[in-house]
Design a protein around this ligand. Structure first.
Ligand SMILES: [Zn+2]
Length: 367
């Protein structure tokens, strides 16, 4: 069985929030709107103006962690309000929490990302974190978000480092997708990938390598250019559709492996860690020098990690390498590869990917 899933509508544009009512007004009378304190301060008035006075808007201050405790609080408030639809405004965690609340209430969910740091907005899944801040559970929903509305006027104000992190997350999409499609591995909906899905993943990769540097320059200049627009679409829409509809390999696994090191605080964003993880996967599967050069040069130019040092993991002991390697081997998606993923392969990929990164930082190249 082949399965393709997507959000019902995707709207992206400068000032798109101003047209929120046009895309949501039909959903009902009462709207439950979740956002962090800072987001509410920045956007509550814009949302009120856009929705008009004939609809009831209930604003809820989201605490910032997508945990059951926060979700239950929001669910209670949304039920009491009699919400017809749930809006999640903010980053990945606000989106994920809104998806769960909407699912529990059986209402549509609208995601309004304020950063382009990951591909959480369009997906039909939420990561639930525990009080310690680590992932406790992954929930998969039968429906994707009803609407994802992206206002580039809001996004361009976000920190550039988050935008670059989003490119790192997007970089992994095709690299993981290709492995799954080549080997008939299930996608995240439990079906095989379609050619549509692979084309989206390939386009996200080509757009990233072709326009990512220029888009970063635009973000640095706080300018919404054509390249910036296209990379926003890559980070949020293409990467989201691409990973869910094709599946994942070890493109995230090396990063999750590194997170297992105790006493080593995490200083990198999800997409940053995923960029280095993607380099590791490519090394492990024997990517050509040309393919590696493309990816390493890109990461170096836009400021994505290419060494363990860039991930703030310096002077690792052999015990720490072993710990990361074992944790990587425990990751579900390493089984997507057509070869047996062994300790030696993972350990060797960490060390070699790091060594190649050092070569590029010193001005060397593989080709
Ligand atoms: Zn990711």
């Amino acid at each position: 069985m082949q399965i393709f899933g997507a959000c019902n509508r995707y709207v992206q544009g400068y000032g798109a929030l101003g047209e929120l009512k046009k895309y949501t007004g039909f959903m009902g009378k009462t709207f439950f709107i979740m956002a962090s304190k800072n987001r509410l301060r920045a956007l509550e008035n814009t949302v009120r103006e856009a929705m008009g006075s004939d609809l009831e808007l209930v604003f809820f201050e989201f605490g910032g962690e997508c945990s059951w405790e926060e979700i239950r609080k929001a669910e209670k408030a949304a039920k009491a309000a009699g919400a017809d639809a749930v809006f999640g405004i903010g980053g990945g965690k606000a989106a994920d929490a809104a998806k769960v609340v909407a699912h529990l209430l059986r209402t549509p969910v609208v995601i309004i990302p304020t950063i382009a740091a990951s591909d959480a907005s369009t997906s039909a899944a939420s990561l639930i974190y525990n009080a310690q801040g680590t992932v406790e559970e992954v929930l998969n929903f039968p429906r994707s978000p009803e609407l994802v509305l992206v206002d580039t006027r809001v996004l361009i104000e976000a920190p550039v480092r988050l935008f670059v992190a989003g490119m790192g997350d997007a970089l992994s999409t095709y690299v993981g997708a290709k492995v799954c499609q080549d080997n008939f591995v299930d996608n995240h909906f439990g079906g095989k990938g379609t050619q549509t899905a692979l084309a989206i993943a390939r386009l996200s990769y080509d757009t990233l390598l072709g326009l990512g540097r220029q888009a970063k320059a635009a973000a640095d200049a706080r300018a919404v250019t054509d390249a910036y627009n296209r990379i926003v679409e890559v980070n949020i829409l293409m990467s989201g559709l691409g990973f869910e509809n094709n599946g994942s390999a070890s493109d995230h696994s090396f990063y999750f492996g590194a997170l297992a090191l105790p006493g080593r605080e995490e200083y990198v964003f999800h997409g940053e860690g995923v960029a280095f993880s993607t380099c590791c996967q490519m090394v492990m599967q024997g990517a050509s020098d040309g393919e590696l050069d493309e990816v390493y040069s890109f990461c170096l130019d836009v400021g994505l990690p290419i060494t363990l040092g860039d991930m703030r993991l310096t002077d690792l002991t052999e015990e720490e390498y072993a710990l990361m390697t074992e944790e990587t081997l425990r990751q579900q998606f390493v089984s997507a590869h057509p070869f047996e993923v062994t300790f030696e392969k993972v350990y060797g990929a960490y060390k070699t990917a790091d060594a190649i990164g050092h070569m590029y930082k010193k001005g060397g190249r593989l080709i």
